[in-house]
Design a protein around this ligand. Structure first.
Ligand SMILES: [Fe+2]
Ligand SMILES: [Fe+2]
Length: 219
């Protein structure tokens, strides 16, 4: 938990580091904290949230597999992402088990407006190598926002068991966020990574602002 908190603080702008008034502000660098009403809506739609969450985990595993298949020559990327595939698939299975415990089934996959809009912002064209930076940053961003939402659930749900359930996901996704940023900095000039990351953060905040607040979606 301490490590996760350190990550949050590390990515706060320097001017925010001593500000304890709102721990969720600028969490993981995100420009816009989740509307506090979201957690209440989500708490009332746990079946929907769990199904949506399961597919988020499936997509996270699939994205790592896809990166490995596109960049098999990049030793560090392959080595670091191979175990994340297992971890994300483990997350999928945990969510599936949680649905099962409640006598619920995995629903159908839904259109993921958040991820689709992020994909629109990815730089198109160029070589596979040129596209890698955005591919890593989009993964980092989805991990960061998921982590922030799981933090909300881990603090705001009425059910203590579910608060703990989501706290563990929060910690795991915080680690993945760090890994994607570290990989980006390993593969590209740090200044270039920082500049593009800021563009992603700005875009994501606008996107969040423009989207309806839905209790049946993780994002
Ligand atoms: Fe995950
Ligand atoms: Fe993750």
């Amino acid at each position: 938990m301490h490590a996760v908190r350190s990550i949050f603080l590390l990515h706060k702008p320097a001017m925010m580091r001593n500000d304890h008034t709102d721990d969720l502000r600028n969490i993981l660098g995100l420009h816009l904290p989740t509307d506090p009403r979201w957690v209440d809506l989500a708490g009332k739609s746990m079946e929907e949230i769990l199904t949506d969450h399961a597919y988020c985990e499936q997509k996270a595993a699939s994205s790592c597999i896809s990166l490995i298949l596109r960049y098999p020559h990049m030793e560090r990327l392959v080595e670091e992402l191979a175990p994340i595939v297992t971890e994300e698939w483990g997350h999928f299975r945990q969510v599936l088990a949680e649905l099962g415990k409640r006598g619920l089934r995995l629903g159908r996959q839904r259109k993921d407006a958040y991820v689709n809009k992020l994909l629109d912002f990815e730089k198109k064209g160029g070589t596979e190598q040129e596209r890698l930076l955005d591919r890593l940053l989009i993964c980092a961003l989805i991990e960061a926002r998921s982590c922030e939402r799981f933090k909300r659930l881990s603090e705001g749900l009425d059910d203590a068991y579910m608060r703990d359930f989501y706290r563990r996901f929060m910690e795991s996704e915080a680690g993945h966020y760090t890994l994607f940023i570290t990989l980006a900095e390993h593969c590209f000039d740090k200044e270039k990574v920082r500049a593009r990351w800021q563009e992603w953060l700005r875009f994501e905040a606008e996107l969040m602002r423009s989207m309806d607040l839905r209790g049946d979606r993780v994002h």
